[in-house]
Design a protein around this ligand. Sequence first.
Ligand code: CU
Length: 149
Amino acid sequence: MRDKGLFWTGIALVLIGLVGGLLSGPTWFDGAWPMGPGMHGWWAGSPGDAASGTPLPDATTLEVRATEFGFAPAELTARVGEPVNIELRNEGNLLHDLTIDEFGFRVVAGPGETRTAGFVPDRAGTFTFYCSVPGHAQAGMVGTLRVEP
Ligand SMILES: [Cu+2]
């Protein structure tokens, strides 16, 4: 009788240990995912911050949709000296931006937001645009801007 009690106590302790392990187990990877929700906390950017430019008058507007994790279209075309507005429609659940280093350009849009900013390409060539939120470009948020002479 006494032994049987110990046996069941042992089973109960093992079960508690298993359940406890299952419940507490997932916490070790919180924030460890490359695109985890914890990302917003340490990324300094925010929608409408100083890095976001303003639309230019009389500019050609190029619409780009941002999602997790890509741009559509991923290829844009512009002309040297002609002002371009990029209308970034964020249809994803995370904050995204569209950055072109060569032209010092960035437009930032929060989830569900549409933001427009403009620039004037001052040279011809093929340039990469990307989302500068850490991990997003690596996950596929890259595209090509072709500036024709
Ligand atoms: Cu992004």
